[in-house]
Design a binder for this molecule. Sequence first.
Ligand code: SF4
Ligand code: F3S
Length: 485
Amino acid sequence: MVGSLGRVTDPRRYIVRTYGCQMNEHDSERIAGLLEADGLVPVTSEADADVVVLNTCCIRENADNKLYGNLGHLKTWKGERDGRQIVVSGCLAQKDRDGVRGRAAYVDVVLGTHNVHRAAELVREAKENGPITEILDAAVVDAELVDGAMFPSALPAKRTSSYNAWVTIQIGCDNNCAFCIVPAVRGEEMSRPFADIVAEVESLAAAGVTEVTLLGQNVNSYGRDIQVAARRGGDASAALRPLFADLLKAVGSVGGIRRVRYTSPHPKDMRPETFAAMAATAAVCEQLHYPLQSGSDRVLSLMHRGYTAERFLQRLAEARRVVPDLAVSTDIIVGFPGETDDDFADTLAVAAEAKFDDAFTFIFSPRPGTEAASMTDEFVNPGVAGERFDRLRIVIERSSLAANTARIGRIEEVLVEGPSKRNPDVLSGRTRQHRLVHFAAPEPLRAGAYATVEIATAAPHHLTGRFVEQTAEAQHRVRIPVAVL
Ligand code: SF4
Ligand code: F3S
């Protein structure tokens, strides 16, 4: 980079800290991509950075206390060198809006979930003209944006992995689960155009990506808004909306794509066509994340989930019948306001019957701004909720361990992720069912390679295996660092 006197100047350096879910992780990849397209370079510590981006989440209670605590430390960091900037983005920024700079006036840029595409411009504008808060109420559909730029996957990205990738198919959520802040901070459901999604997967495959995960809050209602908009526009053929099942088939047929995953579907919108497409499309993995939340019909109704426990179990049985060897994970909230011992017993019974391979279990915590947060008279005693949580964990670990133990002796193909985090002498990889396997290989395998392993031992959350053979080389090119002269 050349300064105004013709001298070579160092590029500005940035770091992004991400909180929350895959949506935010993917948004962070976009923010990083935009900053790099604008000439900034990444660093791994705040001490070396000129720009710190906090990409926030508000799903947990006390998220704001943590954010403002972090910002307190960054105030000192900012004062240590001229030109440093603090950016707050993501769901908590969307929720708190002007409140962010009300509590931390030294923040340079506040941007929300609907204008991630503006990240680099806002950083530049704030550097020249002073602090900016820019929060939009909804995603912009703007002809001047590059096609579909309100979808994070349509922006330049600095992807954290070179062999697998998130692909946004939908943003927002039209449901109103009583415990969830997401619709308030991510807006209405909006499906990304079918052709754009397939085109992105094709370009990822051309770059050596072999596994994609389709991302949305309610993926199996994909296309509903496209159909509604087309009908309003008088298009009678709009009865044939693109289904999520069609998308699975199209993405799974892209050359070079060996694995397709998706997250998250909503049990009330699960359709037989989706299971059929999973079974018919070889690249779609035998993995389903299927969020139960509660096994009590009374609690499910209080949560506004739109299904009963019986319906949930019926569809699960159907999924397992149509998709052989399907691994199923779930989310369950323990201690939702008003949950009685009987309600919890129903959850335990459904969890035992469902035999989940894995589960993310949470003790209810009120998220300000949600319906459940106002049900204060019904809050469950924390001691009782903690005890229920432990009992549920035992049931889940029993089924996880049984499912993992059943893999012993099988030959499974894994996608190599790299050295194990706990023991760098062994490699870690994921099976098609997303099970984590640790194994030793006679020679180093690059992350992104595929290998078969014979499963040797099982624990509730991982397997160990013996290397059999490499089945595919990593396809992506190694990034060669380019010096800036
Ligand atoms: Fe939240 Fe429910 Fe929408 Fe999922 S489906 S994002 S839990 S409101
Ligand atoms: Fe995700 Fe947290 Fe937002 S879970 S959608 S980053 S509130």
